[in-house]
Design a protein around this ligand. Structure first.
Ligand code: ADP
Ligand code: ZN
Ligand code: ZN
Length: 752
């Protein structure tokens, strides 16, 4: 690499007299810093960590962050290049710097890449940090009644400004038909003045924080809130385990209110699917203080504005999905993670962080309360609560007083189905519609059918690039692989034997939708899955219509399961509950139980009791039986016991190494060498870490690449950390490792 630091350290004698060096984190997967000489012009506040700089890197110029100051380098001064430009006057926020350092260390990731990911795109691109401002025009009170007499247009404009004593933006003024010249004339005559304001400026102070009254809490809610109030000024991790619809959000709102009253900020994380306009509206309508949201719909400049408003304390309530955990806070008051069990908090590529786990670390750093809320807590958080590490707060009742419906298991074996539905389920849908209510049909597969098969020879449509089958779609008609996204036209005849007897095998959302539409032609059937909601806002549109309350049917994937308040739904049908029962992944049962309980929670949330029918091929499965009879809480506690006995998380700590290559042998051979080297090292240093593998990944071939895994497990986090750290360094130093793509996943959520 023709860069400022060669890979080889020169002999010690080469070092000369000390000279100032800046260690910079750069966008590079390499887990190291790069040394630079100071720029000719020192920044106004002197050199400090956290300043963004532009530096030469190879033949390019990149934006990096100064993370350490040093006197001297391993390289002679003559080989170092200088920083080209300093981009900031003030360093990036201290808490943000700390979180990036922590994240990079914990997840064994490059600090430079972590920082790049954790900062808004505009900062990454080298734009200035200052929040954007725009100009507001304000009227000036005056006794001058003459100056405008001969300028009727200016007089009209002055009258307009007086109607807007808080100011009008230039764009609004031109929308009223006035010119810039008229405005400047008014300014010159002393009738108007311009004021620069930030786009996310705080509102003028008001007498009260609340725009609408908070709800009087029920007994359980009041007890939970009181517990939170006991320790508002220090680290206080709490798990709020409350059944779906038990009023957790109301507790968040009242906690936020208490903190905002002291001028403190709350950071609220919600699942990807949870940050709907509905959710946001609920927070915005409660508070008068600025509520800002970080979601995928923001433009880059808007995202920077929100970041800035949080960093300087103007924004008191900040809501966002996973990556919002990296938002700096000037006066942190609390961090709230809603639906803390949700899978979307874990990033599944690149920097594989878990936003909930970072929330814990961050609350500890800031010394503030942490509130994790869920109807179906992760076994990790539940274990912390049961062991007393977290405070355990519980809500067992719904304000609507209808308890969540029990699951009724119905046997799929030996029965005819239509579009995946049993006669009993169809009858229940019919009577629900007849009663003027809505029903939700949950099916965890999009497309028309899971695959296409030939009835003459047994041929099955398989993906040419993955070890998987292709899903049959009808709208538009094609075969698609849901793992690599490759597509193929539907064959007219079997490619193997030529027979025309090709049939769809099983059911997906499209087929169930079609069946239901055929059975109930007068009723609207809304399909909700990734295909039907590709267009922006189409999901919102459907939800709006469903909220009107006319009888209708909803068919959808897990997009429907989470967070949505569907007051008119009184029946939920789960087409097939068996996905997670016998999967190889040890978390499969936990995740499918969470999903089932959340889907079931959509029924009977308002004034009407609900019913939940669960179709299964295994009605006698003990886990499923426990879930149906006693609910998620009970099942989760017995799953925890099983994990304890099997020494699985949360009773051990894991790191998963993934190796992939178009060449099967290359991936396997590197993984073997790595495992061997690690085992030798573990014996040498006498570290109690188990190293399993290499083994082929559950789906070995994906997109024509071969995947091989090594798993590390340890009883202690620190041991796992030491072993993972050693292995990553070994791989970085290994020449062969450059030919194989490898990555590390700390606390993996799936073994895929
Ligand atoms: P969760 O977040 O646990 O799913 P929500 O906070 O959304 O539950 O509450 C479910 C419903 O109950 C909402 O319509 C909410 O307005 C209502 N609710 C919550 N708390 C109260 C209360 N103390 N009194 C009356 N209604 C409440
Ligand atoms: Zn055939
Ligand atoms: Zn594929």
């Amino acid at each position: 690499m023709s860069d400022s630091v060669s890979t080889q350290a020169p002999p010690k004698e080469a070092a000369s007299a000390p000279f100032q060096v800046l260690k910079v984190a750069l966008p590079s997967p390499l887990r190291r810093l790069f040394d630079y000489l100071p720029a000719r012009q020192a920044p106004s506040g002197g050199w400090q960590t956290g300043l963004r700089v532009r530096v030469p890197f190879g033949r390019r110029e990149v934006v990096g962050v100064v993370v350490a100051l040093a006197h001297g380098s391993e390289l002679p001064r003559s080989q170092l290049r200088a920083i080209n430009e300093v981009l900031d006057d003030a360093p990036l926020p201290q808490d943000w710097q700390w979180l990036c350092q922590f994240t990079a260390r914990y997840y064994q990731h490059s600090l430079g890449d972590t920082m790049q990911m954790a900062m808004p795109a505009r900062l990454r691109q080298g734009h200035p940090m200052a929040g954007r401002t725009h100009t507001l025009w304000l009227p000036i009170d005056t006794d001058d009644h003459v100056s405008l007499q001969r300028a009727p247009k200016q007089a009209d404009l002055y009258a307009l400004l007086r109607q807007h004593p808080h100011g009008l933006a230039g764009r609004a003024i031109s929308a009223h038909g006035y010119t810039r010249a008229q405005l400047l004339a008014l300014q010159k005559k002393g009738f108007a003045r311009a004021q620069e304001v930030s786009l996310t400026a705080a509102l003028p102070a008001r007498t009260s924080l609340l725009a609408e009254l908070s709800l009087p809490l029920n007994r359980e809610q009041a007890a939970a809130l009181a517990a939170l109030h006991e320790k508002l000024d220090s680290y206080h991790p709490c798990l709020l385990e409350g059944v779906t619809g038990s009023g957790k959000t109301e507790i968040y709102l009242q906690l936020i209110e208490a903190l905002a009253a002291k001028g403190k900020q709350s950071l609220i994380l919600v699942p990807e699917i949870g940050l709907t306009p509905q959710t946001l509206a609920r927070f915005k309508s409660r508070f008068k203080v600025p509520v800002v949201a970080l979601h995928s719909g923001l433009t880059d400049p808007e995202r920077l504005d929100v970041w800035e408003a949080a960093a300087n304390g103007r924004a008191l309530v900040i809501i966002g999905t996973r990556s919002a955990i990296f938002t700096p806070l000037a006066n942190p008051g609390a961090i709230i993670v809603d639906e803390e069990h949700d899978g979307s908090y874990k990033q599944h590529d690149g920097l594989r962080y878990h936003a909930r786990d970072l929330a814990v670390a961050r609350a500890h750093y800031h010394n503030i309360p942490l509130l994790l809320g869920s109807a179906t807590p992760s076994l990790e958080s539940l274990q912390q609560a049961l062991s007393g590490t977290y405070r355990h707060l519980r809500l067992t009742q719904r304000p609507s007083r209808h308890p969540p419906a029990k699951l009724e298991l119905i046997d799929l074996r030996h029965q005819r189905r239509q579009g995946g539905l049993l006669p009993g389920a169809i009858a229940a849908i019919k009577s629900t519609l007849k009663a003027g209510k809505q029903a939700l049909v949950f099916i965890n597969r999009r497309g028309f059918a899971p695959t296409l098969a030939c009835h003459s020879c047994g041929w099955i449509a398989e993906c040419g690039q993955c070890d998987s089958r292709m899903t049959l779609h009808r709208q538009p008609p094609l075969l698609a692989c849901h793992h690599c996204d490759s597509r193929r036209a539907l064959p007219d005849a079997c490619p193997k034997c030529g027979s025309g007897d090709l049939r769809a095998l099983g059911s997906g959302t499209e087929r169930t939708e079609e069946t239901l539409q055929g059975l109930f032609p007068k009723v609207t059937v809304h399909r909700i899955d990734r295909d039907s909601t590709r267009k922006k806002e189409s999901f919102e549109k459907i939800l709006k219509e469903v909220h009107r309350g006319e009888p209708c049917l909803l068919v959808g994937t897990q997009m429907l399961a989470k967070g949505h308040h569907l007051p008119h739904v009184t029946l939920v049908v789960v087409v097939n509950a068996d996905g997670g029962l016998y999967a190889a992944d040890f978390r499969a049962m936990e995740h499918s139980a969470q999903l089932l309980e959340q889907v079931a929670g959509r029924a009977g949330r308002a004034a009407h009791p609900g019913r939940v029918l669960v179709q299964t091929l295994h009605p006698d499965d003990p886990h499923l039986g426990q879930l149906a009879e006693y609910g998620y809480g009970t099942l989760a506690r017995s799953l925890l016991e099983e994990r304890r006995i099997a020494k699985l998380p949360p009773f051990c700590f894991m790191a998963l190494l993934r190796f992939e290559s178009p060449n099967e042998d290359a991936a396997l051979s590197l993984a073997q060498q790595a495992a061997l080297a690690l085992r030798e090292w573990l014996t040498m240093v006498n570290l109690a870490v188990r190293c399993l593998g290499p083994v082929p990944a559950p789906m070995e071939r994906r997109q024509n690449r071969y995947h091989v895994h090594i798993m590390l497990t340890a009883d202690k986090r620190s041991q796992r950390h030491a072993a993972a750290n050693w292995l990553v360094q070994w791989l970085e130093a290994n020449r062969e490792a450059r030919k194989v793509r490898w990555s590390i996943d700390i606390d993996p959520q799936t073994l895929a």
